[in-house]
Design a protein around this ligand. Structure first.
Ligand code: C6P
Length: 402
């Protein structure tokens, strides 16, 4: 990986003072993705699936080509890929369509405190409406999901397991394959939140054997406004649509209508066309570098930074053994929002807060954390700048009596 060449692809990095450590919230976008959006709007920016004219055929072909690219990216088939607004809408679709129509008061849904709100609130809603019981998998002392703890909550009543592939606060990788195997033995389906996994690790839905899997384009170099839901063909076939309108229907009568097959019955209205094309370009970019290389490089940056952070007094790190490029920490006695303002003064972008994952923040027994997340465009020099800014922030807040 030639990092200097990679950095040249990101127009925003023309600002040489910028240190972007907030990829877990949203990645920067390379010129190849921006150009693809530009190409669509300049050359064939019309609607898909509707127009019987050449420009519309081109737009439709490009849109479906992007779907094929996504399918191949995670080893799924074309019909199993639904385009959504993002990971949140994809995960909501599973809960609203599968959950509300298959669960009853005698069933149990296993969730974890590592889940982003997008993967726990939809299941809370299902639980409130159907009476199905939410069961929390106990995390181990590091905050990880273990198979033994999973076995302790898995019962004959379990109908759904909702689990994150990679935690957006702790950066831990969950043992998805083993969880799926055990869940299937009980006849439960598994919904995987891969929002923090897809940009960083190779996903193979056949190997994982998961039933549903969701991710967002904007965290993996793609545009905002596009996400993906993978669902196994046999499950999608039986699931009803949750939104109704143009393009998702077959015949429409006054009091009745019929739906197209998946994925189209779940994609009503004009879809995010430019965004899907941009996501396709992002996948080309990632595959060109190789997901294994990306993961390896992030770990190098994280290990380097973690080692230096550990040496600083008054720094509390919450995920010392993290498996990915995410570090969650605090400067003792300093509110993360104060610290983040200090870092902003050094043009370092990071996130502070509960990261839309309040359950794990409560599990950590803190108010909020600082979070640095690394990606392919970050450098060792930036890690040094970050560590030095952390030291200076600590000294500054100490000097003013925090
Ligand atoms: N996490 C973060 O800063 P959307 O917003 O729909 O693209 O993705 C939601 C989502 C779902 N699952 C996980 C594990 C996530 O990390 C996110 C988004 C961002 O951590 C924004 S809150």
């Amino acid at each position: 990986m030639d990092i200097n060449n990679i950095r040249k692809d990101f127009p925003i990095l023309e600002d040489k003072t910028l240190v972007y450590l907030d990829t877990a919230a949203s990645s920067l976008k390379p010129i190849q993705v921006i150009d693809k959006l530009d190409e669509y709007y300049k050359k064939y920016g019309v609607n898909v699936h509707r127009g019987v004219y050449n420009l519309s055929f081109i737009a439709t072909e490009q849109y479906e080509k992007a779907r094929r690219k996504v399918a191949s990216f995670i080893n799924a088939t074309f019909e199993e890929i639904i385009f959504t607004r993002g990971a949140s809408s994809a995960l909501n679709l599973v809960a609203s369509s599968y959950g509300l129509n298959n669960l009853t008061k005698d069933d149990e849904i296993i969730v974890t405190e590592l889940e982003h709100h997008s993967h726990v609130l939809p299941w809370q809603n299902v639980s409130n409406i159907t009476g199905a019981k939410l069961v929390y998998l106990p995390l181990d002392e590091e905050g990880r999901i273990t198979i033994d703890n999973f076995k302790s909550v898995l019962t004959d009543k379990t109908k759904v397991v909702a689990v994150t592939h990679v935690s957006n606060v702790m950066g831990y990788i969950s043992p998805i394959k083993e969880i799926v195997k055990l869940a299937h033995e009980k006849g439960a389906v598994v919904s995987v939140d891969a929002a923090q996994a897809a940009p960083h690790t190779k996903i193979d839905v056949i190997d994982l054997d998961c039933d549903f899997l969701a991710f967002s384009g904007h965290k993996m170099l793609g545009p905002t406004g596009i996400g993906v839901l993978f669902g196994k063909k046999n499950l999608l076939k039986e699931m009803p649509p949750i939104e109704f309108g143009g393009d998702m229907n077959d015949n429409v009568d006054k009091f009745d209508a019929s739906w197209k097959d998946a994925p189209y019955k779940f994609e009503t209205g004009t879809p995010p066309i430019a965004e899907a094309l941009g996501l396709g370009a992002a996948i080309d970019y990632l595959e060109n570098i190789g997901l294994e290389n990306i993961h390896k490089y992030e770990i190098e940056l994280k290990d380097y930074t973690m080692k230096k952070l550990k040496e600083i007094e008054d720094i509390e790190i919450y995920n010392l053994t993290t498996d990915t490029g995410i570090i969650s920490f605090n400067i003792k006695g300093v509110h993360p929002h104060d610290a983040i303002t200090y870092f902003d003064g050094d043009n370092i972008c990071m996130r502070a807060g509960h990261h839309c994952a309040q359950l794990v923040i409560k599990w950590l027994e803190v108010l909020a954390t600082l979070r640095a997340s690394f990606y392919i465009y970050n450098t060792i020099e930036e890690c040094d700048k970050f560590v030095s800014s952390v030291k200076q922030a600590r000294d500054f807040f100490k000097s003013v009596g925090f």
